[in-house]
Design a protein around this ligand. Structure first.
Ligand code: UTP
Length: 276
């Protein structure tokens, strides 16, 4: 049973400047809901109850969002607007929120290692909230916990992408394990390869289930591409021991860290809710 979900949310979000100068990227809304809340709801739906959030300087609004807001609550109590707060109140009451700050933004791998004190020695999930996933019945993380229960090793979600976009993703190579559940045993992994160097078009997206030995591996992982400590480099060490399964998830993913993906997600959810 996986109880904790880690949310690396310390990045600068430079692609969304100037919006992200004083507002964390993870707090940008799709319609009325911040990206991070979508992620927390996905983790809740997968049965997780501790949300471990890696924040950084200028990210205090994340903590405020997942806390009571007495003044607002008392202002709205008994009025026709009270229902606007209901959804977030349910989320707050359903989980425990823990935080740690990443002092230097040294990459996703480093952000995950920074979260170690919040996780301890147990398998845990990771959600990158700017990859917004949606699937009617079973959330992507719920699908992944089922795969974890079967294989008991690290699980990464993958998606087939156009070959000319491999330089935006971690890309895997692997052997099909079971076509009924779309799983591959990972044999290789490359961070943001140019199309000519990419082993496949199967890209890692922002959903992981990791076994806690990843922390020791990360501690010994040297900065890789872009001078950052890459989670792909640490996962490759696990993969070499045959301990990483890639899972082609069911559902839709929007890369809300890019403007195109953000607009596409907004349009999708607006249509879903009958707004446009
Ligand atoms: P991105 O690669 O999207 O980086 O990080 P970013 O800084 O958020 O955005 P750009 O590229 O500058 O526009 C993927 C995820 O990893 C987190 C980010 O917050 C995001 O959720 N991250 C990245 C950290 O928490 N710490 C880091 O040092 C780097």
């Amino acid at each position: 049973m996986i109880k904790k979900c880690l949310f690396p949310a310390a990045g600068y979000g430079t692609r969304f400047l100037p919006a992200t100068k004083a507002v964390p990227k993870e707090m940008l809304p799709i319609l009325t809901k911040p990206l991070l809340q979508y992620g927390v709801e996905e983790a809740l739906a997968a049965g997780m109850s501790t949300m471990a959030i890696v924040t950084g300087r200028g990210k205090r609004s994340i903590e405020d969002h997942f806390d009571n807001a007495f003044e607002l609550e008392s202002q709205l109590a008994g009025t026709s607007k009270e229902h606007y707060l209901e959804e977030i109140k349910t989320v707050i009451e359903s989980a425990t929120f823990t935080y740690v700050r990443q002092r230097q933004m040294l990459g996703l791998g480093h952000a995950i290692l920074t979260g170690e004190p919040l996780i301890g020695n147990e398998p845990f999930a990771v959600i990158l909230a700017d990859d917004l996933c949606t699937n009617g019945n079973t959330s992507v993380l719920s699908q992944m916990t089922e795969v974890f229960n079967k294989y008991q090793c690290s699980i990464i979600a993958i998606e087939e992408i156009p070959m000319d976009q491999t330089n935006k993703y971690g890309v895997i190579a692997g052997n099909l394990v079971d076509e009924t559940d779309d799983t591959y045993r990972v044999t290789d992994m490359v961070e943001k390869p140019e199309p000519k160097d990419a082993p496949t078009n199967m890209a890692i997206i922002g959903r992981y289930i990791l076994t806690p030995d990843i922390f020791d591996i990360l501690r010994n992982t040297k900065p890789g591409k872009g001078g950052e400590i890459q989670i792909t480099d640490a996962l490759l060490a696990q993969a070499k021991q045959g301990k990483v399964i890639a899972y082609k998830f069911k559902g839709k993913r929007f890369d809300c860290g890019s403007i195109e993906g953000y607009v596409a997600a907004t349009n999708y959810f607006a249509k879903q809710q009958g707004i446009v």
